[in-house]
Ligand binder design. Structure first.
Ligand code: PLP
Length: 503
């Protein structure tokens, strides 16, 4: 494809993308293809001769679109959103044109420097304590990771390294130190809760660490409390285990609960004083709900300032902040914790700027080596919307969640709210005449409602299970979802619920 061919193809593609967004609501939310559908539609081998763009583009609608589930559809109420917006798409376009594996500053100084600047902008917009800024008092800073899963893994690697550095003397002879480290590693345990995202457990699996999930309870709003954490720390101690890491959550995936940051820091302070060798590293996973911190009222209600006592924080702009996948923004209180754990030198990557120590080489803050120019799309979104535009969007989606919950409350003969609305997520189940019925029966009825509603294709919901109760989650945070779509969701739910109740 030459320049002129690209100009024409790009224009046609952009036109098609705009039409896609403009007509999105007319599609079914979830793809209904059968497994293996695509192999039947495509040749067994790549073409020997190149094909014209028009033929390739045609296959997007004919062959690919049927297999797409539309995450930007106004009726997408499943999981959490996966954002996109026009400024973000433009950022991706430039990023793919300026392709490079920008692991060191010198690989493209703008890639590193823009990332540092926009992550400071973001930290300020979210009201994070100054210790997470690159210009802050503790030499902290942010780095873009591919996902919240990568972020928790990176945090856990750094936490393990920090713990071992602090608790195994480096004055020991090398062989002996290695032995002591390996023995200690076998006693170290990462803590989380029963509602922490599975990525924390996966990180522990990858690192070969022990893992304990503290049970969170309905009466505590499904949050980790001081008492819960204290009991877990005592139990670990009694078993001769050494907790070194805790994944705390702001906005759990199932119900959007928020762990008690104050209680956590009190329990930990009683265990090992903050800043003392062997303190427990606290990572705050705010993958989804962290976006809402752009609103000052959310900064206040979550008391986000308390996380200055913790070690790392991560939120995905690609969930609820209008930047498309991938843009997981990971902040640490002291960047040296990452560098010490992850800096492995190889002659081929040496250069004057890095050796001079005046620049940031983000390869030392992450697991992969190469990295894309991801800060461009963040920059474009922050500039195009402005913090005020982002606040408006977040508030609108939260208000939609409240309207939805209000409508359910108005039909308490049919529905019972289990949790929420919290950060635009409501969790509910069938109520009314199922009250007093055996749990399995209530679960089966709610499941029937869930499956029948999803089968309509108009909206897409996901479910969860809380203490054995099957419940439906409905999230209202997608950019295209407006009041009228909430009304459609309520209408569909009411119609199907009445049908299910009739039997
Ligand atoms: N943490 C929480 C609270 C989540 O809800 C999710 C995904 O929804 C994740 C982590 C994992 O996110 P990622 O896909 O970026 O790894």
């Amino acid at each position: 494809m030459d320049s002129q061919g690209f100009r024409e193809a790009a224009t046609a593609t952009i036109d098609e993308i705009i039409t896609y967004f403009d007509t999105l609501a007319s599609r079914n939310v979830v793809s209904s293809v059968e497994p293996g559908y695509l192999r039947k539609l495509l040749p067994a081998e790549a073409p020997q001769d190149g094909e014209p763009w028009a033929a390739i583009q045609q296959d997007m609608e004919a062959k690919i679109m049927p297999g797409i589930t539309h995450w930007s559809h106004p009726g997408f109420h499943a999981f959490f959103p996966c954002a996109t917006s026009y400024p973000s798409i433009l950022g991706e376009l430039y990023s793919s044109a300026l392709s490079g594996a920008c692991f060191n500053w010198i690989c493209s100084p703008a890639v590193t420097e823009l990332e540092t600047v926009v992550l400071d902008w973001l930290a300020k917009a979210l009201g994070l304590p100054a210790c997470f800024l690159s210009t802050g008092p503790t030499r902290g800073g942010g780095v873009i990771q591919g996902s919240a899963s990568e972020a928790v893994l990176t945090a856990m690697v750094a936490a393990r390294d920090k713990y071992l550095r602090e608790t195994v003397p480096d004055t020991l002879e090398e062989g002996e130190r290695e032995e002591r480290v390996m023995v200690k590693r076998s006693r170290m345990v990462a803590l989380a809760t029963t509602l922490t995202h599975s990525s924390a457990k996966k990180a522990a699996l990858i690192l070969g660490c022990r893992f304990r999930a503290v049970r969170v309870r309905e009466e505590d709003g499904y949050a980790l409390t001081k008492a819960g954490l204290k009991a877990a720390l005592e139990e670990c101690k009694a078993q001769g285990l050494e907790p070194f890491f805790l994944a705390a959550t702001l906005g759990t995936t199932d119900v959007c609960s928020v762990d008690d940051f104050e209680g956590i820091s009190e329990a930990l302070a009683e265990y090992v004083s903050p800043g003392e060798p062997g303190e427990v590293w606290v990572h705050v996973d705010a993958a989804y709900a962290g976006a809402a911190l752009v609103c000052p009222e959310v900064q206040e209600s979550t008391r986000i300032g308390l996380i200055s006592r913790f070690h790392s924080f991560d939120m995905n702009m690609h969930k609820w902040l209008l930047v498309n996948f991938d843009a997981s923004c990971f902040f640490v209180r002291d960047r040296e914790w990452l560098v010490q754990a992850l800096s492995v030198n190889q002659a081929v990557y040496g250069n004057k700027a890095s050796d001079g120590g005046l620049v940031t080489d983000y390869r030392e803050w992450q697991i992969p080596l190469g990295r894309r120019f991801r800060s461009l799309k963040i920059w474009f979104v922050l500039r195009s919307y402005g913090v005020k535009g982002l606040q408006e969007y977040i508030r609108r989606t939260i208000a939609n969640g409240e309207s939805f919950a209000e409508a359910l409350r108005g039909r308490s003969d049919l529905f019972e709210i289990v949790t929420g609305p919290s950060f635009a997520l409501t969790v509910f189940r069938l109520a009314a005449k199922t009250e007093g019925a055996p749990l399995e029966e209530r679960n089966a009825l709610t499941r029937a409602l869930y499956e029948k509603v999803n089968a309509t294709g108009k909206i897409w919901l996901t479910s969860t299970e809380l203490d054995g109760r099957f419940a439906i989650r409905l999230m209202t945070a997608v950019r295209t979802t407006e009041k009228e779509h909430i009304e459609t969701a309520v209408k569909t739910l009411v119609e199907v619920a009445e049908e299910v109740m009739r039997g």
